[in-house]
Write a protein that binds this ligand. Structure first.
Ligand code: CDP
Length: 206
């Protein structure tokens, strides 16, 4: 094998995974894949009337750029299609290919360290309390035209957490060898430094 190095970053909705993952990828010059986007793109096609398995099997790169993938309606649909084993299977090969590319890769999601890349070189589980996560997502939404109340966003976050953690296929949980980063009381810079430090520690060992 050449010089691939895989960083798996998992955690619940709005814990800061995306921000931490992008910063880690930029710091080390690795490619970055937001795997949630794959499930969101499938969810969006299902809202558009397609069957979930067909949507997953025919998913194309340009589907990841569809408009509205960040909406909470699409997020809820994504977590519904994500319980279907055949949907997850159809998305596995793409994620594994991405993970083992030369030059290194960061993937963020729910099951990267447990199912997609159990042999990842570094594994992080980024989390925060449901209240903190709902506040962050609500603040993010102020930049869009969505008018959901904080209570509604918290209810959505909890519904998605429950579905993601309780499903039979690839449930959301930390891998045994993942480093836990709780960002409830951390600034973005602090969370990013902790993540970069953890990946650096693994890099000097390999
Ligand atoms: O950005 P946020 O954390 O709110 O959500 P996301 O990462 O875009 O994921 C949307 C939904 O896709 C999640 O609630 C999961 O149900 C599902 N998902 C998954 O099952 N496995 C992944 N690797 C990534 C996302």
């Amino acid at each position: 094998m050449g010089c691939s190095f895989t960083v798996a970053i998992d955690g619940p909705a709005a814990a800061g995974k995306g921000t931490v993952s992008r910063a880690v990828a930029a710091h080390f010059g690795f490619a970055y894949l937001d795997t949630g986007l794959l499930y969101r793109a499938v969810g969006a096609k299902v809202i558009g009337g397609m069957g979930p398995c067909e949507a997953a099997r025919t998913l194309a790169r340009e589907d990841l750029e569809a408009e509205g993938l960040r909406s909470s309606a699409v997020a809820q649909e994504a977590s519904k299609v994500a319980v279907i084993g055949a949907v997850r299977d159809a998305l596995t090969a793409f994620q594994r290919d991405f993970a083992t590319q030369e030059g290194g890769a960061v993937l963020d999601g729910r099951d990267i360290g447990t199912v997609i890349c159990p042999n990842a070189d570094a594994k992080l589980f980024v989390t925060a309390s449901a209240e903190v996560r709902a506040k962050r997502r609500h603040a993010e939404m102020q930049h869009s035209d969505s008018s959901e109340s904080l209570a509604q966003v918290l209810a959505d976050v909890r519904a998605r957490d429950a579905r993601d953690m309780q499903r039979a296929e690839a449930p959301l949980r930390p891998a045994q060898d993942a480093l836990l980063i709780d960002t409830s009381n951390l600034s973005i810079d602090e969370a990013v430094s902790a993540a970069i430090g953890a990946v650096n520690a693994k890099r000097t060992k390999t």
